[in-house]
Design a protein around this ligand. Structure first.
Ligand code: NAD
Ligand code: TYD
Length: 362
């Protein structure tokens, strides 16, 4: 069994779905169900005993201890975080609590659990910490992409809190020998992406006839990776990654925000043309830039390719086409997220029913 934190969020849910599609090893999913956590993402596992859901906070040491004692996972995959840069600018406190204190709590609980294991289980145990390329800060247009030795220079409260958590994970390996691996990944996109992030926001605003907000000049560059490729990279690291190592994960897909929005609009123009025959790109509206907006992120993903044989399977063209199709085909999911009805899913799903096949604890 493995313990996943944040498994009701965008990447965590994709990870659990992909994991159980390719393995029968059960997953305990510890998630607080913040605004970003949505159990509807895991609706496909409704009758699946291999998924055990525990609603709770990673800062709750007693809860984490009890999950570790009960389920004896051989690995922890730590996704849970506050993850939206814009929210971190308005409300940084929650980012420090979850991303820094939460990671500290998990590392301490993992250390206590791991220390008491028999020797072979101690050697096999893994704590995988999921992080971001944003910890490295912003690149100039001609600078080489971030490799694993790049200086940490986080610029937003989000990236600073993630950088702090990376340092804790590193220290728990160096000081205590806890078998920690870390991945720093570029921007993900794909199914179940919460529509406050660029790509789903653009798809849904376009279809709703709303403005497509571009911060500043829209020439900021991100390196986009299809979420399924990120999940495959994490599975590979769990299998073959070395304790104490960090792996940068990226899609080799550097694009400006305007390019991204243009491609999304072109796909929607073909799939769901506007009634007036104009392109959805007519809805593009430049708005005030994000404070401290990083200009460019780019990942050098050669280490994980060389050492673990991982490369992204999707091109940006194939991944974005799948993603746009997914949003067009999942109008109910979108409606529930936009109306907030997804938050009632837990009571609709579990209320008044006994033991669940997707079991819920706490
Ligand atoms: P998300 O915001 O969609 O999901 C986060 C999940 O964590 C939610 O289900 C939420 O309920 C849960 N959570 C938040 N606080 C919690 C707490 N205190 N205790 C328990 N659960 C809590 O985020 P995401 O986009 O899926 O990102 C997952 C991880 O991947 C994060 O660590 C993020 O930093 C990292 N990452 C994300 C991207 C990206 O493009 N989205 C890229 C690189 C790395
Ligand atoms: P986002 O999806 O928030 O991810 P991150 O900030 O972690 O990279 O934003 C991706 C890029 O898109 C980023 O440069 C900010 C920009 N952006 C807009 O231009 N308009 C928007 O409405 C949003 C949400 C983001």
């Amino acid at each position: 069994m493995i313990l996943v934190t944040g498994g009701a969020g965008f990447i965590g849910a994709n990870f659990i779905l992909d994991w159980l599609a390719s393995s029968d090893e059960p997953v305990v999913n510890l998630d607080k169900l913040t605004y970003a956590g949505n159990l509807e993402n895991l609706a496909r596992l409704q009758n699946d005993p291999r998924h055990v859901f525990a609603q709770g906070d990673i800062c709750d040491r007693a809860l984490v201890d009890s999950l570790l004692a009960t389920h004896q996972p051989r690995a922890i995959v730590h996704f849970a975080a506050e993850s939206h840069v814009d929210r971190s600018i308005h409300c940084p406190g929650e980012f420090i609590r979850t991303n820094v204190e939460g990671t500290f709590t998990l590392l301490e609980a993992a250390r206590a659990h791991w220390s008491a294991l028999p020797a072979d289980a101690r050697t096999a145990f893994r704590f995988h910490h999921v992080s971001t390329d944003e910890v490295y800060g912003s690149l100039t247009p001609t600078a080489a992409p971030f490799d694993e030795a790049h200086l940490y220079a986080p610029n937003s409260p989000y990236s600073a809190s993630k950088a702090a958590s990376d340092h804790l994970a590193r220290a728990w390996f160096h000081t205590y020998g806890l078998p920690v691996t870390t991945s720093n990944c570029s921007n993900n996109y794909g199914p179940f992406h919460f529509p406050e992030k660029l790509i789903p926001l653009i798809i849904l605003n376009a279809l709703a006839g709303k403005p497509l907000p571009i911060y500043g000049d829209g020439l900021q560059v991100r390196d986009w990776l299809y979420v399924g490729d990120h999940c495959a990279a994490i599975r590979r690291i769990l299998t073959a990654g070395l304790p104490g190592e960090t792996y940068n994960v990226g899609g080799w897909n550097e694009m400006t925000n305007l390019d991204i929005v243009g491609k999304v609009c072109a796909l929607l123009d073909a799939a769901r043309p506007r009634a007036d025959g104009l392109s959805y790109s007519a809805q593009i509206t430049h708005v005030t830039d994000r404070p401290g907006h990083d200009r460019r992120y780019a990942i050098d993903a050669r280490k994980i390719e060389r050492e673990l044989g991982w490369r992204p399977a999707e091109t940006f063209e194939s991944g974005i086409a799948k993603t746009v199709r997914w949003y067009l085909e999942h109008a109910e999911w979108v409606k529930h997220v936009q109306s907030g009805a997804y938050r009632d899913w837990v009571s609709r799903q579990y209320g008044g029913r006994g033991e669940q096949t997707t079991r819920k604890e706490h």
